[in-house]
Design a protein around this ligand. Sequence first.
Ligand SMILES: [Zn+2]
Length: 377
Amino acid sequence: MKKDFYEILGITKSADAGEIKKAYRKKAIEFHPDKNPGNQEAEENFKAAAEAYEILGDPQKKAKYDQFGHQAFQGGGGGYGGGQGGMNMDDIFSQFGDIFGSAFGGGGGGFSGFGGGGGQRRVKGSNLRIKVKLTLEEIANGVDKKVKVKRKVQAAGVSYKTCSTCQGQGQVMRVTNTILGRMQSATTCTTCGGSGQILDSKPGNADAQGLIVEDETVSIKIPAGVAEGMQLKVSNKGNEAPGSNSVPGDLIVVIEEIEHESLKREGENLHLDLYISFSEAVLGVSRDITAVNGKVRIKLEEGIQSGKILRLKGKGIPSINGYGTGDLLVHVNVWTPKTLNKEQKQFFEKNMTDENFTPNPEKTDKSFFEKVKDMFS
Ligand SMILES: [Zn+2]
């Protein structure tokens, strides 16, 4: 179970933007790798705090998190990218410009991070985006999808060497003469793009960066309860970048719902229009109706009114947070015959003024408006 982001930062849900920022700053300084060399626990705490801030520091992501919890970002059960959080150190350090201003050196050159040497920047490959179409059944049950992606990957046999322009530093010092004197500034090395490495040799089919496009089948575990437009992230399944110390980008999976032929989704609830004949309404009937996981038999009492809504508990869509399952609401519509034969016509004419045929809503069901009110209360 993943720890609550508010808990990680030691704040309550009512904390405002300033308090969130302050809390993160405190944690980041406390667990900073430069202060805790070789301390695995501190590193985990540092990453956790960064991940929490990545979400809570962004009003839109925070709103999503408040509504859907971790599931909104990680997908089911944290199964992506090895589990522990989607952020790598580069993501974290790139946040720092915002949080610490220039105090930590910003600009990629400031500090070493984990395992990275000197001032070089770990180059991250670009993200890939794919859309995945899901049926209502797949959404209701969760599904493992296999998708084909075209990824840029480092070609077999490619090799990289230290960039001679920056000596592998990833940046170069530029000295300019101004009227105020000599100014020295560090800029990202344009030869290697900041990675500190350039291509050494590559096979003929690779591009100038030593990359080739490959078809790869990626398994995506989609949790039950996802909705149209939600995005899941599969870490490290985006494009690879050149260089021996680069990290791949991420694969962003955008959810699309395929419309069901008879069930309409509204959040976690499903709606179904059921049409019954006049005779069935009068005499009562058992009917098999379409639910999301197959047919369900329901019994309609004799004398059922058009407009009645039957609620089948738990036959809807599971909450993405795992808090219960929605209902299936069956809307009963009585089909009035448009043509009658002579015999039928006589029957209805005879009963036109009969007491049994006279509407008396007070004695029967609640009105349509009362029912709607009930549904939302
Ligand atoms: Zn360079």
